[in-house]
Design a protein around this ligand. Structure first.
Ligand SMILES: [Zn+2]
Length: 380
């Protein structure tokens, strides 16, 4: 987190200098003729900052800026900078320092409460963040920001009902995120309903999810799970294939599941259909299918031999491996399969988080639908 662009630091130091000078000498007055007239504490503070003693620098600045009200925006800029760097304790100190002032204007107090709530959310202190955000959401000017952060609190608590409630409040003031977010909340609730054996409740929630966003492959996947549990195998297979068509990157995890459902007798027929479907789409679709099949240990399946040869011989990255060992199809395919089994399969395109499991909700940055099939991207 220490790789903040130098420019940002320069801007903040410039803001601090301006803020302190303004506070120290008063706006509209003449600037000092030389640095020699600056308050000695300011120079000491700047020295701590440049010699990388951020806590001592912060002590100094807070002490200095306590004395005047012209530096409030600088407080907010510095607090937000510390939070973005992940130095949440320093951000909290700055915002608490502001709130401790008796003479703080109401609008600055509200802004400081919102900033403190965001600090607490970032620090994982969810109860404190929730209390502050509920208070700030009463202020019309800050309502959208407060409710959006509150949605984040409930997401992290896995309180999907409350998250959905806040989403609806945001929708009423036209500040809600994409409808797929509400559909995900409904799918989370449907998952809980399935776990407690309430299939009818789960189906109702999935209908509501599809009303929010369609097509919505996650809802098809969960509906397939309900059908499978009820012994409706044909329906389950149809829904699973629908989900795979809508979101092909699910193939990596769901192809073995699909083949288990159809049984060994129908395996090659289904694979042949998937191959012709992918071929009708594009080369990337075929490649995705081939990698999912290799990872699932299907190298020897008859319908896949020609597609595997096609992908290996036409792909820029794999061509060299393939041409060196074309006579040893099985060996090369198994080696690539072993590589794929070890690889991190998914990566978040928002924050770069990578892992071997698929998540609808990035565990690192909490974005929805941001994980992409990574091994395929890497080998492309
Ligand atoms: Zn992420």
């Amino acid at each position: 987190m220490s790789d903040l662009p130098l420019l940002t630091w320069v801007l903040v130091v410039a803001a601090l200098v301006t803020g302190i000078l303004a506070g120290h000498f008063g706006w509209g007055k003449r600037w000092p003729g030389s640095l020699g007239k600056l308050h000695p504490d300011y120079l000491t503070g700047l020295d701590y900052l440049v010699t990388e003693q951020p806590d001592r620098a912060l002590d100094m600045f807070l002490k200095l800026m306590d004395a005047n009200a012209d530096t409030i925006e600088t407080h907010f800029a510095l607090g937000s900078l510390y939070r973005r760097r992940g130095e949440v304790e320093r951000a909290i100190r700055i915002h608490q320092n502001l709130l401790a002032r008796d003479a703080l204007a109401p609008e600055h107090r509200e802004q400081a409460l919102l900033a403190l709530a965001q600090d607490n959310l970032r620090a994982g202190l969810l109860d404190r963040a929730e209390g502050l955000l509920l208070e700030v959401s009463e202020v019309p000017r800050l309502r959208a920001s407060a409710l959006d952060a509150l949605r984040g609190v409930y997401e992290r608590q896995h309180d999907w009902q409350q998250a959905l409630g806040v989403y609806r409040r945001l929708a009423r003031i036209e500040a809600a995120p994409a409808p797929t977010v509400a559909a995900h909340y409904l799918c989370e609730l449907a998952t809980l309903a399935i776990e407690r054996g309430d299939a009818a409740g789960a189906r109702q929630l999935l209908r509501e999810a599809r009303a929010e966003a369609a097509p919505f492959p996650r809802a098809a996947l969960l509906r397939a799970q309900i059908a499978e549990q009820a012994g409706e195998l044909k329906l389950s297979v149809g829904l699973l294939r629908q989900a795979l068509t809508e979101l092909p990157q699910l193939l990596q995890d769901e192809l073995p599941h699909l083949l288990r459902l159809v049984g060994p007798g129908a395996r090659d027929g289904v694979l042949a259909e998937l191959v012709s479907q992918a071929e009708a789409h594009d080369f990337d679709a075929l490649k995705r299918l081939v990698f999912a099949a290799i990872a699932a240990g299907l190298v020897d399946a008859a319908p896949l031999r020609a597609p595997i040869a096609k992908v290996f011989s036409e792909d820029a990255a794999l061509q060299a491996v393939w041409s060196a060992g074309a006579a040893q199809y099985e060996r090369v395919a198994h080696e690539i399969g072993a590589l794929l089994a070890q690889a991190e399969k998914y990566r978040c395109n928002e924050c770069g988080f990578a892992g071997r499991s698929f998540y609808w909700h990035c565990p690192a940055c909490h974005s929805w639908d941001s994980l992409q099939a990574y091994a395929i991207v890497k080998l492309r």
